[in-house]
Design a protein around this ligand. Sequence first.
Ligand SMILES: Nc1ncnc2c1ncn2[C@@H]1O[C@H](COP(=O)(O)OP(=O)(O)OP(=O)(O)O)[C@@H](O)[C@H]1O
Length: 286
Amino acid sequence: MTPTVSASGLTLRYGGTVALDDVSLRLSEGVTGLLGPNGAGKTTLLRVLATAVPADRGAFTVLGHDPGTTSGRLDVRRALGYLPQTPAFHPDFSAFEFVDYVAILKELTDRSARHREVRRVLEAVDLSDVRGKRIKRLSGGMRQRVGLAAALVGDPGFLVLDEPTVGLDPEQRMRFRELIAESGVGRTVLLSTHQTEDVAMLCHRVIVMVRGSIRFEGTPAELTARAAGRVWSSTARDPGARAGWRTGTGSFRNVGDPPKGADLLEPTLEDGYLLTLDGEPAEVAA
Ligand SMILES: Nc1ncnc2c1ncn2[C@@H]1O[C@H](COP(=O)(O)OP(=O)(O)OP(=O)(O)O)[C@@H](O)[C@H]1O
């Protein structure tokens, strides 16, 4: 697939902390999930790609634009929709007013065309009915949808979403996943998350970051396959297990190096992810 976003050698330090350590990647149309433990550098990578903070070293392009130049940076920002981890809503704004405000910042100067666009994105995230309500009166799920609507203003080709499903109940999360999946049609979406189900359900590619570096890049099926033959059931926690827990049925589910003749279980993406975190060598799948 043709890459729409390419980065090479991105490095960023905060004092003695290396938040990004020589990160290179290629993204294409569709939803790519970014997994990694707390402090792995996910937010930092998203902020760099969203031109919110410059890297110390390295380069990247977004839809052919180079943010290393002043005009290229503007072009990247025009092509970008960014939903940060904690969006800075003005709580007294209505959903419409907030998205309209973002549309003004995105240089949609013609008032009636802009209002049409604001109505379009609010409709796309299913908020038309509450567009006049103040943001402080909306539920957490609705607020996240206001943030997504703001990110979608102007139909950006590259959408960056930082943990958008955090704090949502299962029903809201499912609805939000549907919206992200729709947003990924004909567009490049990079989504950071701690939810392996988000990745299993809606991503066509997945990147795993650990301590500022990319540990794995490939399809969700390839990440799951890393745990093939390495998940098993037992009556007590197995010493060969890198992770193991008692399940609701009373038996143990173990992930790691199974003993001979172990009762193997079907692996999940989470199992592949756990093994990738746990000192597995880096792997970049084609
Ligand atoms: N503004 C900052 N000043 C100093 N250190 C920072 C700053 N932002 C991030 N860091 C550090 O850089 C590293 C990467 O942080 P980052 O927030 O990118 O990780 P993350 O994978 O997004 O974590 P989380 O899942 O908890 O959001 C961490 O060690 C963090 O403490």
